[in-house]
Ligand binder design. Structure first.
Ligand SMILES: N[C@@H](CCC(=O)N[C@@H](CS)C(=O)NCC(=O)O)C(=O)O
Length: 264
């Protein structure tokens, strides 16, 4: 079986982003990730999380494709700065905070940090797998995924590679456990996650209050992956019912992704 991660080897693309209007002679951080699709900054929500964070704090960066088998975690995203490689979206954010300061979360109290932790785990360790199911198992979702991946591979073998990747992704969904339920149950579980997020968000503009914090990078990454994705599935319909989560997703999107960043 072709290793699932191997797909990203073919994802050669790059762009230079000078975030929030700052002018820098050169970008020092490189974010390695699969390409954008459907108005979402990357096919991978974990990569969108890192890019959103970089935009939120105004750090300059460039993006590039690359082979994740060459980084220690074997997954996307990873970043490089000054010759140092850091993989895993949460480790990347921890590194960026330690290296460049923590303007978003510095004033948070213990309870807010705990709430942020729970919400992050919810979207990254559970909702993610419902999303993977929609994109790789379902016919409509897979057709869309395929249409983004197919141009990245040589014509003759592209279809075969994508079928192998699909097999690998479905095996991961099954191993996680979500994939062992039937379709209705999988989407019901995803809807429960969205309902919990919606209840916690309430009428606040950002997850923890009036100002955005780093947990918004995670939550936005996953709600936008559902909301901006063109497939019509029960998860997206459920998100559509939670008026506050839709408004939140659009608020984050227009604040940080409204215009293509200079150089992209
Ligand atoms: N815990 C990791 C998860 C990253 C992750 O699952 N990335 C997926 C893409 S969304 C990946 O690289 N999958 C390829 C594979 O599992 O081989 C993080 O936060 O960065």
């Amino acid at each position: 079986m072709v290793a699932v991660a191997g797909v990203f080897a073919a994802l050669a693309h790059s762009r230079l982003t000078l975030a929030l209007g700052a002018v820098y002679a050169s970008a020092v951080i490189t974010l390695y990730q699969p390409p954008p699709a459907w108005g979402i900054s990357s096919l991978s929500p974990f990569c969108t999380k890192v890019e959103t964070y970089l935009r939120m704090v105004g750090l300059p960066f460039r993006t590039s494709g690359g082979d994740p088998r060459k980084n220690p975690k074997g997954k996307v995203p990873w970043i490089e700065e000054d010759g140092r490689m850091i993989a895993d979206s949460s480790d990347i954010l921890d590194y960026l905070k330690a290296r460049h300061g923590d303007p978003l979360d510095a004033d948070l109290g213990a309870e807010q940090r705990a709430l942020a932790h729970l919400a992050r785990r919810l979207v990254e360790e559970h909702l993610y797998w419902v999303l993977v199911y929609g994109r790789w198992a379902e016919a409509e979702g897979f057709a869309l995924t395929r249409s983004v991946f197919i141009p990245l591979f040589p014509k003759l073998i592209g279809g075969l590679i994508i079928r192998q990747i699909r097999k690998g992704m479905l095996a991961q969904v099954h191993s996680h456990g979500v994939g062992r339920h039937d379709r209705a149950d999988i989407y019901r579980r995803g809807a429960e996650d969205l309902a919990a997020l919606s209840a916690l968000l309430g009428d606040r503009p950002y997850f923890l209050g009036e100002q955005p914090t780093s947990v918004d990078a995670s939550i936005y990454a996953f709600t936008s992956a559902v909301w901006l994705h063109p497939a019509d599935n029960p998860l997206k319909r459920e998100l559509g019912k939670t008026t506050n989560l839709v408004a939140y997703t659009e608020r984050m999107h227009s604040r940080y992704f409204a215009a293509p960043a200079p150089g992209t």
